[in-house]
Design a protein around this ligand. Structure first.
Ligand code: SAH
Ligand code: SF4
Length: 374
């Protein structure tokens, strides 16, 4: 079988070179050609002997993802839909802001966690992406945008990566870690650990493993101040309740490149956005003693969710309460709205292969009546 070199981090490439009877330092050259220069063809690799290039062409390839569509938003956001076979598609979104370029990557086709407010979750799970498919999203975006924006050689377009596209990255751990290593490698994309963020719905054991194998910035999707509500919104909470999750967050800080965890909180009208819930959230993180920042995400509605976005004033009031308690809080701007590239809208064309979507749509959810809102 022909190996896809996008699947390998430096160590993996070195082992591959070994297996061909080639010196390990060739791995560094290959990584540079592929990821720093965007080479897709061994013929371009001018500092490799012709004999080696021919040998590589026989046993390996640099296999990009095939693009189904690309959309650019008026605000500069770019969204790609990639075909990953069998009727599955994944999405990648580039979000430029000031001097930063953030790329949001997918880790799975679909997602098995099934969060109530997430369209990916409602589609059910199709399959894990391979390391090469995770890295190929970055490879494609970086090199295509570099050419399009006429960047000088070596001048990066993507400065930050967030694993916040489709899928639960920590449920695809074996593929995630080599992909992260390529992002961090100085011969790869050379991104600092602080600028690569893994977002998780709360896979406690995997948070611990990540802290050992590849500590990068961590975002945890909280969405509720208590277990009763979080059980409904993020079904994984029934397995790993808040106390356990927050304890894992605290442990993670010992090896994290940043001195805080980012808590994401999707603002759902009448569900999790009351002043009393803001107060409960403050108490929760205080009790747990986790240094954190909050990122409030206005809910991006999608058909059949049966949920609505919190009104702007309520989001701001919620943010103010957290701020007043000394918690740094940002409200995420919705970007790429006109091209459906906002969080949780990454439905793509992934087929709903399971009954999960239907099941979720039927699941009742406790919405507080206005009178109950404090
Ligand atoms: N599975 C991981 C990462 C992907 S989701 C996780 O859950 O953290 C990235 C972020 O988008 C999460 O915080 C998720 O809760 C949020 N999200 C999902 N659906 C959303 C929606 N419809 N509107 C706003 N944010 C949403
Ligand atoms: Fe999966 Fe994250 Fe969506 Fe939950 S929010 S269903 S974990 S992608």
């Amino acid at each position: 079988m022909v190996a896809n070199l996008l699947d390998f981090d430096l160590e993996g490439l070195a082992a591959f070179c070994d297996s061909l009877g080639e010196k390990r330092f060739r791995a560094t050259q290959l990584l540079r050609w592929i990821h720093q220069k965007g080479a897709a063809d061994f013929a371009q690799m001018s500092d490799l002997a012709k004999s080696l290039r021919d040998k590589l062409a026989g046993v390996a390839e640099i296999r990009p993802l095939s693009v189904l569509s690309e959309h650019s938003s008026a605000d500069g956001t770019v969204k790609w839909l990639f075909d990953v076979g069998n009727g599955n598609a994944i999405e990648t979104v580039f979000i430029p802001q000031d001097d930063r370029g953030t790329l949001c990557l997918s880790s799975q086709a679909g997602c098995a966690i099934g969060c109530r407010f997430c369209s990916t979750g409602q589609q059910g799970f199709s399959r894990n992406l391979g390391s090469g498919e995770i890295v190929a999203q970055l490879w494609h975006a970086e090199h295509q945008l570099r050419r399009r924006l006429n960047r000088a050689p070596g001048e990066r377009v993507v400065t930050n990566v967030v694993m916040m596209g489709m899928g639960e990255p920590l449920q695809n751990y074996a593929a995630l870690v080599p992909a992260l290593r390529v992002m961090l490698d100085d011969h790869g994309y050379g991104l600092s650990r602080r600028r690569v963020t893994v977002s998780t719905s709360g896979m406690v054991k995997m948070i611990d493993r990540l802290s050992v194998d590849c500590p990068v910035a961590l975002a945890v999707s909280l969405h509720a101040p208590d277990d009763a509500l979080r059980d409904q919104l993020v079904p994984l909470n029934r397995k790993h309740p808040l106390e356990e999750l927050l304890a894992a967050c605290k442990r993670y800080l010992d090896s994290a490149p940043r001195d805080f965890i980012t808590f994401e909180y999707c603002m759902l009208d009448g569900v999790n956005d009351s002043p009393a819930q803001a107060e409960a959230l403050v108490q929760l993180v205080r009790r747990a003693g986790v240094a954190c920042k909050f990122n409030l995400i206005p809910f991006n509605p999608f058909p059949a969710s049966g949920l609505a976005r919190s009104p702007r004033e309520r989001v701001l009031a919620f943010a103010q309460r957290l701020q007043d308690a000394g918690l740094v809080t940002t409200v995420r701007k919705t970007r790429g709205d006109d091209i459906d590239a906002a969080c949780g809208q990454l439905a793509g064309e992934v087929q709903d292969r399971t009954r999960a979507g239907e099941r979720l749509r039927r699941m009742p959810i406790a919405v507080l009546e206005p009178a109950q809102r404090v």
